[in-house]
Design a binder for this molecule. Sequence first.
Ligand SMILES: Nc1ccn([C@@H]2O[C@H](COP(=O)(O)O)[C@@H](O)[C@H]2O)c(=O)n1
Length: 292
Amino acid sequence: QVPELEKATVRIQQPERVLGIIRAIKEQGMNKLQVISDFDMTLSRFGCNGRRCPTSHNILDNSRVISEDGKKKLKDLLHHYYPIEIDPNRTLEEKRPLMLAPVWGGLKHESLRLAPRCELGGGGTMLCNGHVCSRDGFNEMFDQLHKYNVPLFIFSAGVGDILEEIIRQANVFYSNVNVVSNYMDFDDNGVLRRFKGPLIHTYNKNNSVLQGTEYFQQLSTRTSIILLGDSMGDLTMADGVPSVENILKIGFLNDKVEERRGKYLDAYDIVLESDETLDVVNGILRYILIKT
Ligand SMILES: Nc1ccn([C@@H]2O[C@H](COP(=O)(O)O)[C@@H](O)[C@H]2O)c(=O)n1
C-alpha cells in the first residue's frame, strides 16, 4: 500500500511489525495522529551535488554578521564536536555533557547584531550551491499535514529564528506547526546576549527542556505518532507524550552509513539511507490520511 517503501534507500529490520504499525495508525485515524520531527538534516537536506548543506547554525555561522574570528571559532567547534555527536562508539551519557559547547560556545563572544529576516531575505531560502536545501517533498509534507489538520511539532537543536524563517519563506508555516528550538535573545541595542530558555542540544531533546510548554498535554488525545529524526538523540523527542498507542520512528541515516547502520536499524523502525527526499514520509502519510 505504500510503494515508496520499495525504494532502494529503505532499510527495515522488522517489516511485518512496521506494516502493522502503519495499519494501526491508519485505523486510529487522522484525529489521533501527530508528527514530531527534528529539523536540520531531517526536514532539510544533508548534501547536495556532493557538498554538505548548511544547518540552521551554519547559516548563521556563514553570515556576514559574524566576525572572521567568530567564524573560525564556530568552525573549529563544529569540527571538534560533530565527530563526537555522530560517534557510534560513545554512549549518550558520554556525549550529553559535551553538547552544549557547539550550540553556544562560539556565539557568546560575538557582538552579534542580527535581523534574522534580513539575513535570509531577498529570496535567500536555505540555499546551497544555488539549490534550496529543504528535502524534496518538504512543501508536500507540510501541505498534507495542514490539509488534514494533523499537528506537526518541530523539536530542534538548531537556531529557531533561522529555521522558522526557512519554513515561513517556503509559505508553509501553517497554524498546525509548532516549533521548540533555540531562540536568540537580543538586548535593547540589538546585541545577542543569550538564547532564551534552556539550551536544546542533540542529546537533551526530551521532556526536560519542554517543561512549561504543556504542548503534549494539550494533544493528549493524539496517541498515534510518526517521529522523524536523524540522530540517536531524536529518539527521545516523543518522551513527553502521554499514553502513546502507536509510534512509527523514521530515521534518516545521512553520514557514516556503514558504521552506524546496525545501531540505526535497532533504534528506528524505518531507516532511510542517504535519501535526500521526504518521499517515504509522504507516501506513508498519503496512505494513512487519504481514505480508500
Ligand atoms: N554550532 C553548531 C551546533 C550544531 N550544529 C548542528 O545542528 C544540528 C542540530 O539541530 P537539529 O535540528 O538536528 O536538532 C545538528 O545536526 C548539529 O550537528 C551545527 O551545525 N553547528
